[in-house]
Design a protein around this ligand. Structure first.
Ligand SMILES: [Zn+2]
Ligand SMILES: [Zn+2]
Length: 237
């Protein structure tokens, strides 16, 4: 989202350093590192589960609920995800996570903020970025979800709470694990340092795959006092 009113710093910055598209190097039309054509080419999430945003194939006029949400009650309330975890978005996220492409956090944050506004997502009392274990944090040098959260916090004027929740277990990467293993692997991975006073929280993550991490964190936050926990992610697998 671009706030054009009273945004002189950005306007001055833009005329001095016009942004160019991260993919095709064409001059960007807005104050984000993306041109209109490349933005239109991003793979958006179309038919999806109304709770967990899992991409679904059947298109009907009825609202769809995926098999897993029908079977297992989820600890979170609703997932908001603009893009599929494929193509350019996947590339941006992987570069941010594994190749120190720190600046991608701004672009990803602006795209997600735009999406949340367009969907009229109910705004929470605070955003909690999924915490990294201290060891992983030391390796990476930053927490990519906190960096994305900072952009959204500024755009939507919602505070971030990134100190009340810790990742107490350094869980191995989930990529090679089955759905069941992922849920077992992540169990008890988070802890909360104090009682939660916010009623409504949005957990922020870069990607949601099976939802095991988001579900575990939502469960932990609800046990600590949160009433409603939504999940905001840049991409859904
Ligand atoms: Zn472009
Ligand atoms: Zn679902």
């Amino acid at each position: 989202m671009i706030k054009m009113v009273n945004n002189w710093t950005n306007i001055i910055q833009y005329s001095l350093f016009p942004t160019s598209c991260i993919f095709c190097a064409k001059k960007a039309e807005r104050l984000i590192d993306l041109c209109g054509a490349c933005q239109n080419g991003l793979l958006t999430l179309d038919v999806q589960c109304i709770y967990c945003a899992q991409p679904l194939e059947i298109r009907t006029t009825e609202q769809q609920i995926c098999g897993r949400c029908q079977k297992v009650p989820r600890a979170f309330d609703k997932v908001y995800a603009p893009y599929l975890h494929q193509g350019e978005i996947r590339y941006l996220i992987n570069q941010l996570k594994f190749e120190k492409a720190y600046k991608n956090s701004k672009l990803l944050g602006l795209l997600l903020a735009d999406f949340l506004l367009s969907k009229k997502a109910p705004l929470p009392d605070c955003i909690i970025p999924v915490p990294l274990h201290t060891e992983r944090y030391r390796q990476r040098g930053y927490n990519q979800t906190l960096e994305i959260a900072k952009v959204i916090s500024k755009e939507l004027s919602i505070p971030i709470e990134h100190k009340i929740c810790l990742r107490t277990q350094n869980t191995p990467h989930q990529i090679s694990l089955s759905l069941k293993q992922r849920h077992q692997n992540i169990r008890g991975a988070f802890s909360v340092k104090q009682a939660i006073t916010a009623d409504h929280i949005a957990i922020l993550d870069d990607v949601m795959t099976t939802g095991a991490t988001a579900n575990e964190l939502a469960k932990t936050l609800k046990a600590a006092g949160a009433k409603k926990v939504d999940i905001w992610v840049c991409a859904r697998a």
